[in-house]
Design a binder for this molecule. Sequence first.
Ligand code: PMP
Length: 307
Amino acid sequence: MTRADFIWMDGHMAPWNEAQVHPMSHSMHYGTAFFEGIRAYDTPTGPVVFRHREHMQRLKDSAKIYRFTIPYSVDELMGAARAVLNANNLKSAYIRPLAYLGEVGMGIVPPESQMSVLIAAFSWGRYLGASAIEEGVDACVASWARSAPNTLPTGAKAAGNYLSSLLIASEARRNGFHEGIALDSRGQVSEGAGQNVFMVKNGVLYTPPATASILPGLTRDAIITLAREEGIEIVEAPIAREALYIADEIFFSGTAAEISPVRSIDRLAVGNGKPGPMTQLLQQRFFGLFTGQTQDKWGWLDPVEVK
Ligand code: PMP
């Protein structure tokens, strides 16, 4: 069970067991909340938050897409997240900021646009299971598609979007897979329930474009950057379902899933069923950011002063 001592709630540290949101909150009834998933890593030079500024900016951008405002600057949100890590004595953690609407009435359009914000942090290990990173996971193509571009914008990390993720992931688990990959409304590869997808064919790295009903992940962006550094050719273009079946390598990327190799897709082995060389190279470069082996040339690591 996920637990910590304190949650930051609009400027106050609320004890975990006493933190409350009203049962008539707009967000609970209509899914009007935006959130982030951010990881803090304990590195040899102290704890750092990975791509902290970009995550907090994305939180504000998600709210903006729906014309809501978050009454804190990115710097204020980052300061609050660092305070939550310290209050909970956490050096490595999963950080969950959530912007929501409280008891503002039952009209679908709320009387004002300003949101409340909470930030929680807690320990969270391997999202897709203990062996996911080393051995890989079994994935399937979901029967549920991601929302079409002119329905719910997948570029906003909105709570309501995760009903789509729930359909995709729960169908996969019921059928004995670790995770599901959804197609977009045109039938092309979109993303996992909570991760972006990459595939390798003949030494080229492919990933669906931002227009494929995906959340353009910050891990995805980091992988594209690291791959370019390695001189790997990277193509952001539509991917056909059958291309997954004959891929040399497939992997998921995301804050929770980090880089998780996919060893089978719809019960067909991917390559030889083991994490492939490009996946392993990118894992090494990515995790190297947190061991000091990969130099952070991009300012992706936000240091947390331990108090
Ligand atoms: N797609 C979805 C639907 C997600 O929930 C996530 C996790 N936030 C991602 C992609 C990956 O995004 P990121 O790398 O920024 O965590």
